[in-house]
Design a binder for this molecule. Structure first.
Ligand code: SF4
Length: 153
């Protein structure tokens, strides 16, 4: 099936081991030759997206939320957090979007044309594709937890 083949090619192209020698300037972890951001075995680590597309933070989810209810996420509580329950959804222990399964499940709703476009994207283009969403998210997070508290969903 063409879509399955495209998904497999996207995953293969964006594995840490497939990328790191070619794009040394893209990520400090590439220069170190080790995907330090999560504890996944190096050969299993997929760098498709640094930013999780499943994170929700909007008027309906003012404390953040995971749209797929990953068991690796958790609530982070702090009295300084400006939300009703003084908490925000914390993804720092979740590696789902760096696994083959996570990327596959994210891509399976894409059309064949979309998958073809994604396959042709460089790491920079992939990052830019999600960057605007990330900027919006950062803006909202700043309002909830303050600029000096470092959360990384
Ligand atoms: S990083 Fe994990 S817990 Fe956080 S939104 Fe994404 S899938 Fe859910």
């Amino acid at each position: 099936m063409v879509r399955e083949k495209l998904i497999q090619e996207i995953i293969g192209k964006n594995k840490f081991l497939a990328r790191f020698k070619t794009y040394l300037d893209f990520c400090p972890n590439y220069q170190e030759g080790n995907p330090n951001c999560h504890n996944l075995p190096t050969e299993q680590h997929v760098c498709f997206s640094c930013y999780c597309p499943h994170y929700r933070l909007d008027q309906e989810h003012p404390e953040g939320d995971c749209e797929i209810n990953s068991p690796k996420g958790k609530w982070f509580y702090n009295p300084n957090i400006i939300s009703e329950n003084r908490r925000i959804w914390d993804c720092s222990d979740c590696d789902f979007m760096h696994t083959e399964q996570g990327v596959r499940e994210f891509l399976k709703s894409k059309t064949e044309i979309e998958l073809q476009e994604i396959l042709e994207m460089s790491p920079e283009e992939l990052r830019n594709n999600y960057y605007q969403e990330r900027l919006n998210l950062d803006f909202m997070l700043d309002r909830v937890i303050g600029k000096n508290q470092n959360q990384n969903p």
